[in-house]
Design a binder for this molecule. Structure first.
Ligand SMILES: C[S@@+](CC[C@H](N)C(=O)[O-])C[C@H]1O[C@@H](n2cnc3c(N)ncnc32)[C@H](O)[C@@H]1O
Length: 232
């Protein structure tokens, strides 16, 4: 149910989009998309308000968060929702996924539905395997300013970002397993990788009426950065 070969043989990107994101009825439409879009937008575009000198002077500096030039998205699938606010601030977006069929469908979406801006920012759609130490080998990927992963890391691991205590999800009639991740494990993984957590949000799953087609307890959003990175 969760091996890489199962993904290669059975994951249909059109079924996934239909099951997950179709307006009104998609499993992830509404609760997940609202949560993810809201936090991604805030992280990428927020105006940082800083009290420069709280006692002597009461003035504020407002600045748009500068996030860098290149964003690398892991496990993009055929989805575009999570790149919509990123394209407002990054000049170059590299999308990537394990599956040929997903990369092809993403390109199709790219032509049909994306805003002109997003289309102009996606420079490459690469093959990646997040289970490998170098997920892009043999391709050489330029250094990135931001790494993004939405609902990707739980799926290949089976045993890690976005859903807590998930066990499975459907793409059409096919069922795929997901790794059961706990809050503490998510934060520990970031810290062990040398990241400093800037923001973390957990929220319980509100709609449990569709648990026959997907199961997860809650959702999370983590914004973390390398300690020596000042831009993000
Ligand atoms: C649940 S979908 C999420 C797609 C998209 N990020 C979203 O938010 O809708 C999981 C994605 O992970 C990809 N995937 C599975 N195993 C992978 C691996 N080993 N390396 C990279 N991507 C993988 C799948 O092809 C699929 O597109």
């Amino acid at each position: 149910m969760g091996t890489q070969q199962t993904y290669i043989d059975e994951f249909n990107p059109k079924d996934y989009l239909q099951t997950s994101y179709v307006a009104g009825n998609g499993l992830l439409y509404g609760e997940w998309t609202d949560f993810a879009l809201c936090h991604l937008y805030e992280t990428f575009t927020k105006i940082v308000v800083k009290v420069t000198h709280p006692f002597t002077f009461s003035y504020f500096t407002k600045k748009r968060r500068h996030v860098g030039d290149t964003l690398l998205d892991f496990g993009t699938g055929s989805s575009i929702y999570h790149l919509l606010s990123a394209c407002e601030v990054f000049d170059k977006i590299i999308a990537s996924d394990l599956l040929d069929q997903n990369r092809a469908e993403f390109q199709l979406q790219d032509c049909e539905k994306k805003s002109k801006k997003l289309r102009s920012k996606v420079k490459e759609v690469l093959k990646c395997d997040v289970l490998k130490r170098n997920p892009y080998a043999p391709a050489v990927v330029p250094p990135a300013d931001c790494l993004l992963a939405c609902l990707c890391l739980e799926t290949p691991c089976k045993d890690i970002g976005g859903a807590l205590n998930a066990t499975f999800y459907h793409a059409g009639k096919k069922r795929f397993s997901a790794m059961t991740t706990r809050k503490e494990e998510v934060e520990k993984a970031f810290k062990e990788a040398g990241y400093v957590i800037e923001k973390v949000v957990y929220a319980p799953c509100a709609d449990k009426s569709r648990m026959d087609v997907t199961y997860y307890d809650g959702k999370y959003f983590i914004h973390a950065r390398k300690p020596n990175c000042i831009a993000f």
